[in-house]
Design a protein around this ligand. Structure first.
Ligand code: ADP
Ligand code: MG
Length: 724
């Protein structure tokens, strides 16, 4: 279709759309986790002993014995086949942000030609996809491409219902034949256990007698855009890159702030209800949804869960969201910046650590001892962010997130911690030795309970901070909307493990030197704050003053692009961090650097090629057609002797020329192949290719503002954002 025909068609389709019918809402207790083989279902299906054994595995990660595995597998198959399931799949989480699955049937044949189904414990526990084409850095040569998947029993199996049937999904880890982690789940499990080991030491030193295993928790708020598929289908950039590479700003954008928390459009409401019912069936606790700041932008936040389960659920949520959106005639965009000039999307990762005996260690609590524990754990986070800020920046780095970070809507690319006024004062007083004076034998309260309770006020928030304390957890706000939460969780758990190990050593030294517990804690925290207090910042993170002061006065790093951020994986301190905690070996870390760099390189190269293609085959032809019209009008007018405005024709001609000039430069720049290193390649894309893409876009967007609306072929911002 030429001209604006495809746009008119799209608008026609949308306005004449039959309302989507969804099932009548079912009550929550009818559908909750109905497709999950959770502990409750196992209790029904298994003998007392088998149940006891699997429960221990689920709750503590203790190894599963072969006999129990067989019994569980049989019960799982029985449950699943009743739901019409014929296939099972070990679902795993490769180093990309995606999920991967290979499906196998339960079917086997017997000698008489009839078929029976089989699912043994060993099939449940271990699968063997030929993972040769999953990005693995250089961890596995393709000729030795055996990758193993193994069930992670701490994350329950479930049935994925699609139009084409139902599949039993088994959340799994993915490792090489030599046992190296090829996925995002293994490091997450290891980081939890490193954090637990370190936390145990600290809590024991603090005199806690019973300390249950600690686990981290995660609640992720997911922002996304919905665009009608009719528009999306006419935009190659949305389809292939997930964002608009062209598009002039709409006269109305988000400046009225009328979308945020506004009434949810009826069609979107129907989508959300359908989507959330699907999540409930899968045992994903969808809790909050609302409009976001930008038109067409929304948010969903499930209730928090154990980090490992939350991470699997997050991946599943993204899959189900995209799938359901499609059924409702939407394209769901998870890109961090689908539209220039309006807010992009993030994923706020809320994170805390705790256990059954001490509760949430990032919750100030009510007794003096709880307060001291809290101050240590929170202090450990401060130290972690200060020491490993560049790592935190690296784990959220992606080509998409670069468009959002540091712009005036999202946290800056400088990692600092926000504590809230009250808590910041507590730590500063500790740093200045002011709280030390109060200490001195006996139980010490410091009036902290009151102070710390005050900081729980959710109004006391700083939306400009990348890493904020929000009363009983930290909120890592700089994570990108398309990202897996695993990378950030691994980094946070591991830096916490490292800091708690440091704290344990220091505490032990103080205590064995004869200091009482209060004085020991204050002394350790005083030392910690003197060394790492520079990471604490409560002001406006968007301001240019901060950007300057952070670097010059605080010695923090401003790391604007992924090309600058990813090399953090190669830093000696980061290698030591991961090796000493047992979370990632040097080779595993290196492979992550390689995979993430490659992803960055590929995504920018795809976009750049698309810019060339769309400019040449869609935008330039539209501009020339319009120019041809103008030219014939002009010559007609001059024959009639009528003076006629030429400015538009001149502008279209000059922007077309300039655009094609930039296209030529970009095409040539894309030819370059000989890079000294991966770093150099990434820098080239960030510093040479992206600016050329922007140069093409600048002229193309100017053309959109000149060319007659009925000749413009690409869906416009105002249409994609406002027509639902
Ligand atoms: P916001 O005001 O930041 O938008 P929301 O209520 O939308 O807050 O989301 C907060 C998220 O934090 C939810 O997923 C919630 O379950 C999660 N959360 C709450 N308490 C904790 C905790 N202790 N640890 C981890 N996540 C938590
Ligand atoms: Mg939030």
């Amino acid at each position: 279709m030429s001209g604006n025909e495809s746009r008119l068609q799209a608008i026609y389709q949308i306005t004449n759309r039959e309302p989507m019918l969804v099932d009548k809402p079912k009550s929550l207790n009818k559908i909750w986790a109905s497709d999950v083989f959770n502990l409750a279902k196992m209790e029904e299906a298994l003998s007392k002993n088998a149940y006891k054994s699997i429960k221990k595995t689920v709750q503590t990660g203790a190894p599963l014995d072969a006999a129990t595995a067989d019994v569980v597998a049989a019960a799982m198959k029985e449950w699943a086949t009743k739901k019409g399931v014929k296939f099972f799949s070990h679902i795993f989480y490769p180093m990309t942000n995606a999920t991967a699955e290979k499906h196998d049937g339960f079917v086997i044949t017997s000698p008489d030609g009839s078929c029976i189904t089989e699912f043994t414990g060993s099939l449940l526990i271990k699968g063997e996809p030929d993972g040769s084409s999953f990005p693995n850095g250089s961890l596995r040569m393709t000729n030795a491409a055996r990758g193993y998947t193994a069930w992670d029993p701490t994350s329950p199996a479930y049935v994925m219902q699609t139009d084409n049937g139902a599949t039993l999904m088994i959340p799994s880890v993915f490792m090489s034949w030599t046992g190296e982690a090829l996925d995002k789940k293994i490091p997450l499990l290891r980081s939890n256990s490193a954090m637990n080991d370190a936390a145990q030491k600290v809590l024991k030193l603090m005199g806690e007698e019973k300390v249950a295993p600690l686990n981290s928790s995660c609640g992720a708020e997911q922002e996304y855009f919905l665009v009608d598929s009719n528009f999306a289908n006419s935009r190659p950039d949305l389809l292939l890159a997930g964002r608009t590479l062209f598009g002039a700003a709409s006269a109305k954008g988000q400046e009225f702030d009328d979308h945020y928390f506004g009434a949810i459009p009826a069609r979107v409401q129907v989508f959300m209800q359908d989507f959330e019912d699907k999540l409930y069936r899968l045992g994903i606790p969808a809790k909050t949804h609302h409009n976001e700041v930008a038109p067409g932008q929304f948010e969903i936040a499930p209730y928090y869960e154990a980090a490992n389960v939350a991470a699997d659920h997050q991946q599943l949520l993204m899959t189900v969201m995209k799938m359901t959106a499609k059924e409702h005639g939407f394209l769901c965009l998870l890109h961090e910046k689908p539209f220039a000039g309006i807010n992009g999307s993030g994923k706020h990762v809320n994170w805390s650590v705790g256990n059954a005996t001490q509760g949430n260690l990032l919750d100030p609590g009510t007794t003096p001892n709880e307060n001291l524990n809290f101050l240590l754990f929170c202090g450990a986070v401060i130290r972690g962010v200060h020491l490993y800020g560049p790592l935190l920046r690296a784990v959220i780095a992606s080509a998409g997130n670069d468009h959002r970070l540091g712009a005036n809507e999202a946290p800056p690319a400088i990692l600092s911690v926000y504590l809230g006024d009250q808590l910041e004062k507590v730590y500063n007083d500790i740093k200045d030795g002011k709280l030390e004076a109060v200490a001195g034998g006996g139980e010490m309260d410091l009036g902290l309970s009151q102070i710390l309770n005050f900081t729980r006020d959710p109004g006391d928030r700083n939306r400009t901070s990348p890493f904020a304390f929000t009363g009983n957890r930290f909120e890592f706000r700089a994570v990108g909307s398309a990202a897996s939460v695993s990378g950030p969780l691994v980094a946070m758990n591991t830096m916490l493990a490292d800091s708690l190990n440091w704290i344990a050593e220091e505490l032990e030294a103080e205590l064995s030197g004869g200091a009482d517990k209060n004085a020991a804690v204050m002394s350790v925290l005083n030392k910690l704050m003197k060394a790492h207090g520079n990471a604490v910042f409560g002001g406006d993170g968007y301001s240019s003053e901060w950007h300057e002061a952070a670097v010059k006065e605080r010695g923090l790093k401003n790391i604007p692009t992924t090309a600058d951020a990813l090399p953090a994986f190669k830093e000696a301190s980061v290698k030591t961090l991961f090796e000493s905690t047992g979370v990632l070996s040097a080779a595993e870390l290196e492979s992550r650097y390689e995979v993430y760099s490659e992803q960055y390189i590929l995504s920018i190269e795809v976009e750049a090629k698309l810019v060339v293609d769309m400019a040449k085959t869609i935008i330039f032809p539209a501009a020339s057609n319009y120019l041809m019209d103008l030219a014939s009008t002009h010559s007609g007018m001059s024959q009639l002797g009528i003076d006629f405005d030429k400015s538009s024709a001149e502008s279209v001609a000059s922007h077309s020329n300039a655009m094609m000039g930039a296209v030529a430069k970009l095409s040539e720049a894309l030819e370059k192949e000989d890079f000294a290193s991966t770093e150099a390649h990434m820098q080239y894309l960030a510093k040479d290719i992206l600016p050329l893409m922007n140069e093409v876009r600048e002229h193309a967007d100017a053309l959109e503002g000149e060319v007659s609306d009925d000749m413009w072929p690409l869906a416009k911002y105002r249409e994609m954002l406002f027509i639902k």
